[in-house]
Design a protein around this ligand. Structure first.
Ligand code: NAD
Length: 252
């Protein structure tokens, strides 16, 4: 995989999967825009880890459409060009129907959809406008196993990721005439801050047992597939959703 000379924007790259994705692309020659919501210090730490030069750090709340537009414009001017967008940022907030109030329920759905789905849709709009004018590009969405398997305690999250899957499929069809290729990765449980608590103790043991590998995945195991899908040669995979879940949930 060679991304030399390419500009890559990774949302939510201050930590976790996003940081691993930023690292992967930089290792393969790309200049990376490391986006964060508010933790600029952590995003700067990500940038410091990246080999090569020309990387930039950008801040925006993905639930704020105007901030998203500015962030993407800054990514394009900071990198000089934008070839790849990785929609990685996301939130995972518990809201068990039987336990929360109606107000809490609505707030969880609103927040989750605003960031995970509408935020990603807005970043994609702004980024692919640049790609179209450049003659092409790639979008890789980070979805979740939960979109297909169900998320009983995080239903808005499951729905947001199912929406992201569908968005990726529709945009793969819409943007192919512009040489913009859109794919999706659906991780199972990965060891990050997002899942740190769940992966402890008895719940961690049960989660690891879901996979015949008897472990959770590592951030770079997602980053590897993201980079592959964005690489030259993967064009005909446009529209695909790739499960990366250690055989914990199989479908055909
Ligand atoms: P993480 O919590 O470590 O990282 C998520 C990132 O998204 C953070 O950098 C955070 O700042 C950013 N973010 C959250 N809300 C934002 C907002 N409003 N505006 C801008 N940025 C915002 O989580 P992670 O485990 O690295 O997850 C990365 C992606 O992978 C997410 O989309 C998540 O849903 C998905 N995923 C993770 C797992 C897992 O087990 N860790 C499994 C399936 C899918």
């Amino acid at each position: 995989m060679d991304f030399t000379g390419q500009g890559v924007l990774v949302t939510g790259a201050s930590r976790g999967i996003g940081r691993a994705v930023a690292l992967r692309f930089a290792q393969h020659g790309a200049r990376v825009a490391v986006h964060c919501q508010s933790n600029r210090e952590a995003a700067e730490e990500t940038r410091a880890l990246l080999p090569g030069t020309g990387h930039v750090v950008l801040q925006a709340d993905l639930a704020d459409a105007e901030a998203v537009r500015q962030m993407v414009d800054d990514a394009v001017s900071g990198l000089g060009r934008l070839d790849v967008l990785v929609n990685n940022a996301g939130i995972y907030e518990e809201h068990c129907l039987a336990d929360v109030s109606y107000e809490e329920w609505q707030a969880a759905w609103r927040r989750t959809l605003d960031v995970n789905l509408i935020g990603a849709a807005n970043v994609t709009f702004c980024a692919t406008r640049h790609m179209i004018s450049l003659g092409g590009g790639r979008v890789v969405n980070v979805s979740s196993r939960g979109a297909a398997r169900g998320e009983p305690d995080y239903p808005a999250y499951g729905a947001s990721k199912a929406g992201l899957n569908s968005m990726g499929q529709s945009l793969a069809q819409a943007l192919a005439p512009h040489n913009v290729y859109v794919t999706t990765v659906a991780p199972g449980f990965i060891e990050t801050d997002m899942t740190a608590e769940l992966l402890q103790g008895e719940s961690g043991r049960r989660i690891r047992e879901q996979s015949p590998l008897n472990r959770a995945g590592l951030p770079d195991e997602i980053a590897y597939v993201v980079a592959f899908l964005a690489s030259a040669g993967a064009e005909y995979s446009t529209g695909t959703i790739v499960d990366v879940n250690g055989a914990s949930y199989l479908r055909s």
